[in-house]
Write a protein that binds this ligand. Structure first.
Ligand code: APR
Length: 272
């Protein structure tokens, strides 16, 4: 397995160095090395609790006060408590740091992450679009204004006394930034993802089951415009068959090796 993986890493590194605009689509697998469970597969949150229904957002809009009351005060499922505690104490792992490195040497142009755990920013990545939001933020459903939770607490004193919280710009209803099941991806976020995908001739598909749209559609977009897919995942996914290269194994191990190989190639050939 090791030799085969090294060959895949070398082949993938060559493709990336020869590409003009490499982006990444990232999923929960990247944060496994930080102690955060995935959603699907062994030990996944939805594997334990079942996949949520698609009416979460509809329920929120039907009665935002009741939703906030329930979410601020109710006892939550022990599995969700464990998941939240894992995120609270998580730190970036070598996989996150490898992506920071790739961005710094201008090889990785942009990351579209499905992860809400904020670890890309903590690790030091800058060119990020969080397609499913960020758990440390709140967002106005009226004007898409976002605040860090601490900032919102400062500017909207005692907001928990008068639910639902309201936007101080357009008076729209404020919700967690994390995209709920059945909630449309905020338009400006989706437009950035589409623009980056259109620019890309190589997409790294990292630690995602590639089953949730629209994110799962981006690799197919890159492929259909003649670009290449490099998948980095210990398991097979619905796009494995279309990947130009597949690097098997946990990203906390494989991404640092990929970056080392990319740097070796670039270092040997200053014209790249
Ligand atoms: N390194 C890399 N990948 C891993 C690792 C690891 N150490 N461990 C597991 N994986 C892979 C699994 O093989 C799987 O393909 O991570 C993937 C996790 O898949 P999901 O749990 O479905 O997570 P994700 O693809 O991010 O889900 C997409 O679904 O519920 C929504 O909003 C949620 O953003 C999430 C979206």
């Amino acid at each position: 397995m090791e030799i085969q993986n090294q060959e895949s890493i070398s082949a993938a590194a060559k493709i990336i160095v020869q590409s003009r605009y490499t982006i990444a689509l990232v999923g929960a697998g990247l944060s496994v090395g930080s102690g955060i469970p995935t959603f699907r597969g062994a030990g996944g949150l939805w594997t334990k609790l079942g996949e949520p229904s698609n009416n979460g957002y509809e329920n929120f809009l039907a009665d935002p006060k009741a939703w906030w009351d329930q979410n601020l005060n109710a006892k939550i499922d022990p599995e969700r408590t464990k998941f939240r505690e894992a995120i609270e104490k998580a730190k970036p792992n070598p996989g996150h740091l490898a992506l920071v490195d790739l961005e710094k040497i201008c090889v990785l142009k942009h990351q579209i992450t499905q992860n809400i755990d904020n670890l890309h920013y903590v690790a030091g990545s800058k060119k990020i679009t969080e397609i499913h939001g960020n758990r440390t933020k709140l967002r106005c459903v009226g004007c898409d204004m976002r605040w860090h939770r601490d900032e919102f607490d400062r500017i909207t004193l005692d907001w928990k006394q008068t639910l639902p919280p309201k936007c101080n710009t357009c008076f729209g209803i404020v919700k967690p930034d994390t995209v709920m099941f059945g909630e449309p991806i905020p338009l400006s976020t989706l437009n950035t993802c589409v623009d980056e995908t259109r620019l890309s001739d190589c997409i790294l598909v990292i630690g995602t089951s590639a089953t949730v749209y629209p994110a799962a559609g981006f690799p197919r977009e890159v492929l259909s415009s003649g670009g290449k897919i490099i998948e980095i995942n210990p398991e097979e996914t619905p796009i494995s068959q279309t990947a130009t290269e597949s690097i098997k194994g946990p990203t906390e191990d494989s991404l640092p090796k990929l970056v080392t190989e990319i740097k070796r190639i670039i270092g040997d050939d200053p014209t790249t």
